[in-house]
Design a protein around this ligand. Structure first.
Ligand SMILES: Cc1ncc(COP(=O)(O)O)c(C=O)c1O
Length: 449
């Protein structure tokens, strides 16, 4: 049932388009000072989100790309200042990681999630996935399987393949309207070939912030079978009001001792291309295995180091404001979709965390992706010399949405079992861009509904 209430929210958020807004004027939800409303063009700067989409579809077809998980907001100003200062020291030779880098990570974890980490438990890598690939390799030298609770982040499949292993999907199940782990199914999948399970918390794409009890039940099963939990907590700084992020390493000694946690400032601060991430475990054997797995580079580039340290040291207020802004974007989205008559065929309710909206598009799928449209899409891909095997109906829907609304979404089909008919929308954009995207999408859907 689509409810009412968008009018109040729309007017509170400002209904003008991005073009009509004055510089620095907030559309609301900017918290205690930082402004996330301004549009900061990323076009022409090699952005995967913008430039790759424009290369693929053409400039006139891309109005708001909402695919790959990075944000359109500017870097925090204090990080930019620190990077400028670093650039004035004209030396970029080999460097060590200073204590202040580790301390910034340790303090951030203690202050925001109550997690105590020791410096000697931390290692760093250029991105999250390489560290995880090292662990997979080191923990299961004879290869085998890695478990994913799906739908979950598509990149895990690539990481598992890179480690030379096979993906085993343990689909989430819905209990009382909320997705959770299916432990009976998992018990059957944890066999002698399985040494690792990836836990994505909060879950990309569906947004659950797993509770301590859910994670303990999962962890107990893993411990009983000698399986290490690889806890990807890259989205942990995006938690909506009323929800809570709980770090896996904080739920009890035995869970901390049988897990490795992977984190990064890349999502929290929009630093993906500064190439810095870290991981930690209190269990020296697990760390040793990861080092033997060795798919990552220890050390850190000079700018990534400064950006990461500065962000974690000085960024608490910035992240508080950002969280509030993203939470406001979710409210805006939910109200928009659930307004009667809006967005026919799309079902959605607010998630607990991440900045990703997991839209149930099953209600529109058959109207758009007819057999004829699917054939046309296939042939057009083939004729353009693009990949045309294994095209899914979600990919076809994504193509139709771009062509008809200028909005780019990610096809649900890459997130594994349980994703049928879903599309992922990245809402870490200025509110006016979100508004434009929704208006465009709404108009397109209304034509076919
Ligand atoms: C859950 C999750 N883990 C890992 C990554 C990738 O991180 P990195 O680029 O640092 O490997 C992403 C990127 O979207 C993600 O959503």
């Amino acid at each position: 049932m689509k409810g009412a209430g968008v009018t109040a929210l729309l007017s509170a958020a400002g209904s003008g388009s991005a073009m009509g807004m004055g510089m620095g004027q907030s559309m609301g939800g900017s918290g205690k000072g930082y402004n996330f409303d301004d549009i900061y063009s990323r076009i022409g700067h090699n952005s995967v989100k913008w430039d790759a989409a424009i290369r693929r579809y053409g400039r006139d077809k891309i109005t708001v790309p909402m695919g790959i998980a990075d944000m359109d907001f500017k870097q925090p100003p204090f990080v930019v200042e620190a990077l400028k200062k670093r650039a004035t020291y004209e030396q970029f030779g080999y460097e060590t990681l200073p204590d202040s880098y580790y301390q910034a990570i340790i303090d951030w974890n203690k202050e925001r999630y109550g997690v105590e980490i020791k410096k000697e438990w931390i290692r760093n890598s250029s991105a999250l996935k390489p560290g995880m690939v090292s662990s997979m390799r080191g923990l299961n030298p004879v290869k085998g399987k890695v478990i994913l609770s799906t739908p979950t982040y598509s990149g895990f499949r690539g990481a598992i393949n890179q480690a030379g292993m096979r993906v085993e999907m343990n689909p989430l199940k819905k209990v009382n309207g909320r997705w959770t782990f299916d432990l009976d199914d998992l018990a059957e999948r944890l066999d002698y070939e399985t040494k690792c399970l990836v836990l994505c918390n909060p879950n990309n794409p569906s947004g659950e912030c797993w509770t301590a009890d859910e994670m303990r039940a999962l962890g107990d099963l893993c411990i009983s079978r000698g399986v290490t939990v690889l806890a990807d907590e890259i989205h942990c700084d995006f938690v909506n009001k009323g929800s809570k992020f709980v770090a896996y390493s904080s739920i009890g000694e035995k869970y901390a001792n049988t897990s490795i946690t992977y984190r990064s400032p890349s999502k929290t601060f929009g630093q993906a291309n500064l190439k810095v991430a870290y991981f930690y475990t209190q269990n020296q054997d697990l760390m040793d295995a990861t080092m033997i797995g060795g798919g990552h580079e220890q050390g850190c580039n000079a700018f990534g180091l400064i950006a990461c340290e500065t962000a974690f040291r000085d960024g608490a207020q910035w992240v508080d404001d950002l969280q509030e802004y993203i939470d406001g974007n979710f409210d805006y989205l939910v109200e928009y979709i659930n307004t009667p008559g809006n967005m026919p065929g799309i079902e959605y309710s607010k998630p607990e965390g991440t900045y990703l909206a997991w839209l149930d598009c099953n209600g529109i799928m058959e109207k758009v992706v007819t057999d004829e449209y699917r054939r046309e899409y296939h042939d057009a891909q083939r004729d353009a010399g693009r990949r045309h095997s294994g095209l899914t109906k979600e990919m076809a829907l994504g193509e139709w949405i771009v062509q008809n609304s200028g909005v780019q979404l990610n096809a649900g089909s890459s997130y594994g079992i349980g994703s049928e008919g879903f599309m992922r929308m990245n809402i870490a954009v200025p509110r006016s861009s979100l508004e434009t995207a929704l208006n465009n999408l709404n108009a397109a859907l209304k034509k076919v509904a």
